[in-house]
Design a protein around this ligand. Structure first.
Ligand SMILES: Nc1ncnc2c1ncn2[C@@H]1O[C@H](COP(=O)(O)OP(=O)(O)OP(=O)(O)O)[C@@H](O)[C@H]1O
Length: 566
């Protein structure tokens, strides 16, 4: 019904139809009455327009065809360029590689030359033979001999002056009779002589202190030389010292250092065009198949934890691959350490606008001026400068805590368990990064508030582990508070140049004497002076009772660890 009525509403009524017929007949009349001319004109103009449009269309078609040809031509050129790029790639890689190798060779030569020069001053490794046993020994260099001679001379002079002073005093007390004037003159003479001796003794003491400071510096330099000698020896004995390319992309350069079961090389990633650290894990060929499998399982576990971590204060792990049956390699973010050379280079880049150089050349300059082969970690920093100013120590511990906070804010929380100076690296800008997740633990979600069971008791570095890790009567329960304790030890060591507990003890003695189990209270040396806020942070970190010690997320709220002004 509704559709019928709407149709009828749309149709014209009878009256309307009549009206429109009438209009048509009037138009016809009008047409017949001679408006033909204007229509013809209109038609002509339309024809002209059509012709013009056809012309435009022709032109556009022509243009389209030209563009099509051009496009085709460009596509061809692009393909040619891409082919050329593909052809050039190996050539470019070869040039980069050649540059890198010459730089690395220059670095190796420089390192060996420096070691030879330093050995003259600081000492060298000698060989001693006792029957059939040949062993190595350290022979001190000229610098220490000179310092010791100087010290001995000073001691002799001091003793001579003291003898003189004693005899002067004796003469003064034995003085005979005389006139007041004579006695007065003698008294003055005595006082002047005594003052001369006293002043000489003071200056000898000052000289002695300078020499002792020099001797401390000598010891530090000697330590650095011994480490460098070891690194060079390890590099010479390594089977990877021949600038090999691993996995078709990682060009091995110079050895950064050797750990327990691994060698770490500085390398260049020819795909991503950046420096990386190649950690080569070697399985001992004499190990049983079971032991090898267990080592690989352990390394894969570490890799699986580490590869998911992406944070400014955690060393990034990029890749893992097998080299042969007994060797595999992990690729890590390269941390060059903040050396004087990298600072100079950084300034050079800014001053001479080297940022604008092609990427490869930029890298070349960066590497070439970076002569010291460093790979610096906090351990090396503390060996060179055992006590850091509080301001520097604070910014380092703040960064370590930021890394720890990241580990504790993830869905899958992680306890690092092996925080120590050797596991804190620095990049060229001085940014601290935590590394080595070989002992770290994943905290399962269902773990109770007391913490998770410690199944690998005995592992780790004892100076940095809290008392609960030494619990023997039952399986210890641990949490992120382990890392809080370790960070407290690290901070203390940076500030005072020694660890708070068992500093001079070996690992074995720490265990035997229950050093950490007895570490109930932390004591602070009087020197250097550090702020109460820093001491308070250390006290919190080194809270003996695990239940009372703050966890990572709680201690990270401490005002000392934030730079925001409240
Ligand atoms: N990502 C990196 N960037 C730069 N240098 C690194 C990097 N990782 C390690 N190094 C350096 O390589 C050297 C050896 O490192 P490695 O971790 O194998 O040694 P380690 O910690 O002494 O040994 P282990 O882990 O067996 O106890 C150290 O000097 C370290 O500073």
């Amino acid at each position: 019904m509704r559709s019928q009525s709407s149709v009828s509403a749309a149709l014209p009524s009878n009256g309307q139809l009549e009206n429109s017929c009438h209009k048509d007949s009037t138009a016809k009349e009008h047409f017949q009455n001679g408006d033909r001319t204007s229509l013809e004109e209109e038609l002509t103009s339309l024809h002209a327009k059509v012709a013009a449009l056809e012309d435009d269309l022709r032109k556009s078609c022509q243009e389209a065809s030209n563009n099509h040809d051009l496009c085709h031509q460009l596509e061809k050129e692009l393909k040619e360029l891409k082919d050329l790029e593909q052809q050039m790639k190996p050539k470019r890689s070869k040039i980069i590689l050649d540059l890198l190798i010459s730089v690395s060779k220059a670095e190796r030569q420089e390192a060996r030359m420096k070691v030879r020069q330093d050995s003259l001053r600081l000492g060298s490794v000698g060989v001693i033979r006792a029957g059939t046993i040949i062993s190595e020994t350290w022979e001190d260099g000229q610098m220490l001999k000179d310092l010791n001679i100087h010290l001995r001379q000073l001691l002799e002079t001091k003793e001579a002056v003291e003898r003189q002073r004693k005899s002067l005093k004796k003469r003064q007390s034995d003085k005979g009779d005389g006139t007041d004037a004579e006695l007065g003159a003698q008294e003055e003479d005595f006082l002047i002589q005594d003052e001369i001796f006293k002043s000489r003794l003071v200056s000898i003491k000052r000289e002695e202190e300078t020499i002792l400071r020099e001797r401390d510096r000598y010891e530090l330099e000697k330590g650095r030389l011994i480490r460098e000698l070891k690194r060079i020896r390890d590099e010479d004995g390594s089977r990877f010292n021949n600038f090999q390319i691993l996995n078709h992309r990682y060009a091995l350069l110079n050895l950064l250092g050797k750990g327990g079961f691994s060698e770490v090389y500085k390398a260049y990633d020819l795909v991503e065009h950046r420096y990386v650290a190649c950690k080569l894990h070697g399985l001992n060929v004499q190990w049983s198949e079971d032991k090898k499998q267990s080592y690989i399982r352990h390394a894969l576990r570490e890799y699986n934890i580490h590869k998911t971590l992406v944070h400014n204060h955690i060393v990034q792990l990029w890749d893992i691959f097998e080299i042969d049956q007994n060797t595999f390699c992990t690729i890590l973010e390269y941390c060059s350490g903040m050396t004087l050379n990298s600072l100079t280079t950084f300034r050079g880049i800014q001053t001479f606008g080297l940022w604008n150089l092609p990427l490869t050349l930029g890298f070349f300059f960066l590497s070439f001026t970076h002569f010291l082969i460093s790979g610096k970690d906090l351990d090396a920093v503390l060996k060179a400068t055992p006590v850091l100013p509080e301001r520097e120590a604070r910014i380092i511990i703040v960064q370590i805590f930021q890394g720890l906070v990241y580990l504790n804010k993830r869905a899958q929380k992680i306890i690092h368990y092996d925080l120590k100076p050797g596991n804190v690296l620095f990049d060229e800008f001085g940014i601290a990064k935590v590394t080595d997740f070989g002992l770290s633990k994943i905290v399962e979600e269902d773990v109770g508030s007391q913490g998770m069971e410690l199944t690998s008791q005995g592992a780790g570095t004892y100076w940095y582990l809290p008392p609960e890790c030494f619990e023997l009567s039952k399986t210890p329960l641990i949490s992120s508070k382990v890392d809080v304790w370790s960070a407290g030890v690290l901070f203390y060591q940076m500030l005072f140049g020694r660890r708070p507990f068992g500093h001079d003890q070996t690992q074995e003695r720490i265990l035997r004497e229950d050093t950490i189990i007895k570490a109930r209270r932390v004591e602070f040396p009087t020197k250097p002076t550090i702020s109460n806020e820093a001491k308070d942070l250390i006290r919190q970190c080194l809270t003996y009772n695990q239940a009372e010690r703050p966890d990572v997320l709680t201690i990270a709220q401490d005002p000392y660890l934030t730079y925001l002004k409240k």
